[in-house]
Design a protein around this ligand. Structure first.
Ligand code: ATP
Ligand code: MG
Length: 162
């Protein structure tokens, strides 16, 4: 279904903000202009739920901080979503593997925190089914950024006039 991704992601963040009033500060860098894209709202919601939950889960100390950026690339009919945390980070040689099924960086830590280690593997499947890409950048003890690149509909300036 075609949705305004700006509205969609704002709603997801609103929901997280409500349940994390006390412990997380969310910063949004989201443009005002609508950004249309054809997605499964359910599945994309699952992806954002997991990535945002990870950003909170793998971050200690308070307040936790999560920055969300949304940017359109007008040249290629694509947009990029960036979700940045200031948490535990991931060792360099393990960053690639977080998208593998059941992979968890620290098994002991992961067991205590619950979950299955499937979140990012499922997220990757969903993003790829939407002709998108998902990847991570991370520095141990500094934080992690998850990037999601997806197709979107570019509204050309000359189309505004008609
Ligand atoms: P599930 O999502 O199934 O509840 P999970 O969160 O452990 O469990 P994934 O979301 O697939 O599984 O993440 C895989 C692993 O990647 C995590 O166990 C964690 O070690 C690491 N990871 C994911 N996101 C972050 C992050 N933002 N900061 C640090 N480590 C992360
Ligand atoms: Mg997870």
């Amino acid at each position: 279904e075609v949705v305004d991704f700006k509205l969609f992601i704002n709603r997801v963040i609103d929901r997280f903000e409500m349940t994390h009033k006390e412990d997380v500060v969310f910063t949004r860098h989201i443009p005002d202009a609508p950004l249309f894209t054809d997605i499964s709202v359910d599945k994309m919601g699952q992806v954002l739920d997991n990535v945002l939950s990870n950003a909170i889960k793998y971050q200690h100390g308070e307040p936790k901080r999560v920055d969300i950026h949304l940017k359109q690339n007008t040249l290629y009919n694509r947009m990029t979503i960036r979700i940045k945390d200031y948490g535990l980070g991931i060792p360099n040689n393990k960053v690639e593997r977080i998208f593998d099924r059941f992979y968890r960086v620290d098994k002991g830590r992961a067991r205590k925190m619950g979950g299955t280690g499937l979140g990012l593997a499922i997220s990757k499947e969903i993003i790829e089914a939407h002709n998108g890409k998902i990847w991570a950048n991370s520095v141990e003890n500094e934080g992690t950024t998850i990037f999601i690149n997806l197709p979107c509909e570019v509204i050309e300036e000359d189309e505004w006039d008609v």
